[in-house]
Design a protein around this ligand. Structure first.
Ligand code: FMN
Length: 183
């Protein structure tokens, strides 16, 4: 596959956005958990998109994941999924570029809603990747009564993500067609 979307997600919101981005990218793009996105998968990709929820203004840590594990979402108590490695750990094991990247985050609306996507971007840049597009945020509600996965996403966010995925594909194709197409 030439494009892969990798995600960390407690209650399925960042995962649903990843699937929507992959659908927008089209072709054989897929959304993968951090354990499924092995170095071999990354090495075969031209574009790597990575996303995580904002926890305490940054990428989730062991402490914030523990705090999430203690929480239940909605009336039926959906538990947080902490079975996959944290995005931080996945980024540490990432093969070096050159390769294109894009980063996104899910966050609540307001001044506390930033930090994860830029942290992801810094890791990619340190590893010699090139930014395809600016980091992007998708918005969730603080709470929901529903216990369905991805129920925190505000209306229209998955559609936005699909559009962003299609936009990323268009930019990727344009870069590949340019005479000086490099990494
Ligand atoms: C421990 C913890 C800390 C959080 N801190 C922030 C924060 O600083 N800013 C923010 O916008 N959202 C914060 N959130 C809300 C998350 O961004 C939200 O739960 C996440 O986007 C849901 O996506 P997921 O289901 O993929 O995990 C926090 C959530 C948890 C569990």
């Amino acid at each position: 596959m030439d494009a892969v979307v990798v995600f960390e997600s407690m209650w399925g919101n960042t995962a649903a956005i990843a699937r929507a981005i992959a659908a927008g990218l089209g072709g054989d793009a897929v959304a993968l958990t951090t354990d499924a996105a092995t170095p071999a998968v990354i090495e075969a990709s031209r574009l790597v998109v990575a996303g995580a929820p904002v926890h305490a203004l940054n990428l989730p840590t062991e402490a914030t994941r523990e705090s999430a594990s203690a929480k239940r979402q909605g009336e039926h108590g959906l538990a947080a999924d902490v079975t996959h490695p944290p995005m931080r750990e996945w980024l540490e094991g990432l093969p070096r570029g050159p390769r294109k990247y894009a980063a996104y985050e899910t966050r609540i609306r307001g001044p506390l809603g930033h930090g994860a996507a830029r942290a992801i971007a810094r890791h990619f840049l340190d590893l010699g990747y090139t930014e395809l597009e600016e980091p992007r945020g998708f918005t969730v509600a603080l709470t929901t009564r529903s216990s369905d996965p991805a129920a925190l996403l505000l209306p229209g966010q998955e559609e936005e993500a699909r559009r962003w995925g299609a936009h990323l594909r268009a930019v990727l194709d344009r870069v590949a067609a340019a005479p000086s197409a490099g990494a």
